[in-house]
Design a protein around this ligand. Sequence first.
Ligand SMILES: Nc1ncnc2c1ncn2[C@@H]1O[C@H](COP(=O)(O)OP(=O)(O)O)[C@@H](O)[C@H]1O
Ligand SMILES: [Mg+2]
Length: 333
Amino acid sequence: MASGGADVGAVLEDIGIVAEHPGMRPALETAAACAEFPYPVLITGETGTGKDLFAKLVHRLGDRSTKPFVVVNCAAIPENLVESTLFGHVKGAFTDAQKDRPGKFEAADGGTLFLDEIGDLPLSAQAKLLRVLEDGELDRVGSDKPVKVDVRIIAATNRKLGEAIAAKRFRGDLFFRLNSGEIRLPPLRERRSDIPRIALRLLEGFNRNSRRQRQLSADALTRLQGYDWPGNVRDLRTVITRAVMFSGGRDVLGADDIKFDDTLKPDPFAYLPEPFEGFDVKQYNDEVRRRLFEKALRMAGGNQSQAAKLLGVKPQAVSGFVNEQKKDSNGTS
Ligand SMILES: Nc1ncnc2c1ncn2[C@@H]1O[C@H](COP(=O)(O)OP(=O)(O)O)[C@@H](O)[C@H]1O
Ligand SMILES: [Mg+2]
């Protein structure tokens, strides 16, 4: 694979991206293809899947690689400062604006602006961003003299922007502008064969800074490979760090040194829908309750008092539920 003369393999190595699993190929190919053109790129994937690394990759593979690469985490800026941070301001635009200041867009001029957590950008800033994408110019806050900028946008999100659009918290027209090229990063559990390599790479990092040279046993690697990694590579890093720190005098880390803890368990509410106008929380709760009761009854093989124990309710609640269901199915059929 070649892109604008840059050697993809060398850049991957330099940035520290491990991506040998075939499931990473579409992401790598899209990154290389997008790098050639100055159009916006959207990077999606769960937390810890390498969105930051891939933003860097796109920048490095393109012909802007020697120009600025400016990062803005949209979720980390207080809402009232978002616009002046991105677009700059002129003296007197607001109380603290003591002199003219360029924003991140102007800082990234000629290069790349990486807008991380784009889903958290307030609507007013989204409108301004759309204008820069369409006209290549912006107004600093408090000014109406347009400033021309030439900036490639890379945006990243770990949330489903589709839901945010349905909830009218994200502009559909901005979304379509941004995702002319979309890089989808698969979760680590869908590319398990990369886990040992990434783990060894992380360990090498520790070894470089230490007089002790640690190794991971085959058992340790197997254990790492079997885990589901809800927080992806970020959690893998945490687990390796912990294994190294608490390995005592041993240089070979075994399966027992690999400790997953509760904080790494998947959030059972991770797939809660985002509320929107017209959403019915009561109906949603009723549905959740119905499914839990059905599940408990299935698990208890239809035994109602056993199901009640599993649910932490009185047996009457379960028999009441069963009667309700009977009535419903009689009524509707
Ligand atoms: N493919 C990969 N190969 C090696 N390390 C990775 C890879 N993806 C992510 N990492 C590491 O995992 C951590 C989280 O990556 P990051 O790019 O910040 O994820 P995200 O932005 O998607 O939350 C970082 O320490 C990064 O170096
Ligand atoms: Mg990130």
